[in-house]
Design a protein around this ligand. Structure first.
Ligand SMILES: Cc1ncc(COP(=O)(O)O)c(C=O)c1O
Length: 362
């Protein structure tokens, strides 16, 4: 019998395992969100996030999951008569296009099969028409375990299309994969905290370039909850426009402190080591869904080459070890399964999980 008060250890690609000391931050008595104490918490957290994201520009905290910033990016930075190029390679990058359309913007799709990457050449070909005000990308496609070559893409964009705004969904990439916001020339990047920050859900982190903030000033009907101008006004006082998720912010402050102590290069290297460990196992027992050169360092989508019953395997491991991993996403259910290796998951945790999967399949 499942029991939410005795939750399984999570290897699904978010929410992920949260350390007891991180959970303890959520139990700190709450603060008044217009008081000096909250401003201190907020200001220090944003200062650390700027270091983590390698930016001197604007960093905001949104009391929402990252999906809210999908909407915010479109509503703030694209005029109603401008066109967006949405690059699509899986469930989440597909959804970004849906959100853009739901906000009344005209979208052109650059779509590849799930499991394939978006390349600089593909985007170049589309943008050469000169039709687009913005391009959307997902850094790490959580549904397929694939990392797009965003550094190469961004270099091409900076050189050939400096006027096109670049919106990047880094929901399952931020912290786990290299991210140099200013150097990349991105205009918006965002993530939820329940992925590689390894915090319970309820908060999103996002960065916005100065030029995107300038653009937002000219866009009417930005809405209220995700209005970047409201975030800037409150951010100047180290506050948020509406009542923030203070417990999550306390946990975020704690995690940012730990990340900077470890050093981001080391954090990224640690994720790579975990990913290589899981990939080696996956290749020996199954296969990889994404081409290895694009395989993600925050989660692995394993190709179910043995035709195991994934749902039954997950159920068996949950019953025996109170631990779960992810089935394939959407149409990839049973054809793939997904193992997260991000945040505070360790190699030792992974060894245990993989040995349990081995026991089930052998
Ligand atoms: C790449 C990506 N984008 C967006 C989302 C949506 O994030 P949220 O559910 O936190 O709004 C997810 C969720 O898993 C994701 O993996």
């Amino acid at each position: 019998m499942t029991d939410w008060k005795n939750p399984p250890t999570l290897f699904i690609p978010g929410p992920v395992k949260v350390l007891p000391e991180v959970l303890a931050q959520l139990a700190i008595p709450t603060l008044g969100h217009r008081g000096k104490e909250y401003s201190q918490l907020h200001g220090e957290t944003v200062t650390m996030l700027k270091k983590i994201l390698h930016t001197d520009q604007n960093v905001f905290l949104s009391t929402s999951s990252a999906s809210g910033v999908w909407e915010g990016s479109i509503r703030n930075c694209v005029q109603m008569d401008e066109k967006i190029l949405c690059t699509m390679c899986g469930a989440f990058s597909d959804k970004y296009a849906t959100v853009a359309r739901a906000n009344g913007r005209e979208v052109d799709e650059l779509k590849v099969d799930w499991g394939q990457a978006i390349t600089a050449e593909m985007i170049d070909e589309k943008l050469a028409t000169g039709d687009y005000a913005a391009v959307t990308m997902v850094y790490n496609e959580t549904s397929t375990g694939l990392t797009n070559p965003v550094y190469e893409i961004s270099k091409m964009l900076r050189e050939k299309y400096p006027d096109v705004l670049v919106f990047v969904d880094a929901v399952s990439a931020m912290v786990g994969l290299p991210l140099h916001f200013d150097e990349l020339g991105w205009d918006i990047v965002f993530a939820s905290v329940q992925k590689a920050f390894a915090i319970p859900p309820g908060l999103a982190v996002f960065a916005v370039s100065d030029r995107a903030m300038e653009k937002a000033k000219t866009v009417p009907n930005r809405g209220y909850y995700f209005d970047f101008m409201e975030f800037a006004k409150s951010g100047a006082k180290d506050q948020t426009p509406t009542t923030p998720a203070i417990p999550q912010t306390m946990a975020l402050h704690y995690q940012c402190t730990r990340l900077l102590e470890e050093g981001m290069e080391n954090v990224w290297a640690r994720h790579k080591t975990m990913a290589e460990f899981v990939r080696t196992w996956a290749k020996s027992k199954f296969g990889l869904f994404a081409p290895e050169e694009y395989a993600s360092n925050t989660l692995t989508a394993v190709k179910n080459t043995r035709g195991i019953n994934v749902a039954e395997t997950i159920k068996a491991i949950q019953e025996k070890h109170n631990t779960i991993f992810g089935n394939g996403y959407g149409k990839l259910k049973e054809e793939t399964f997904r193992i997260a290796h991000m945040g505070d998951i360790t190699i030792d945790d992974l060894k245990k999980l993989l040995s349990w999967i081995d026991e089930e399949i052998e």
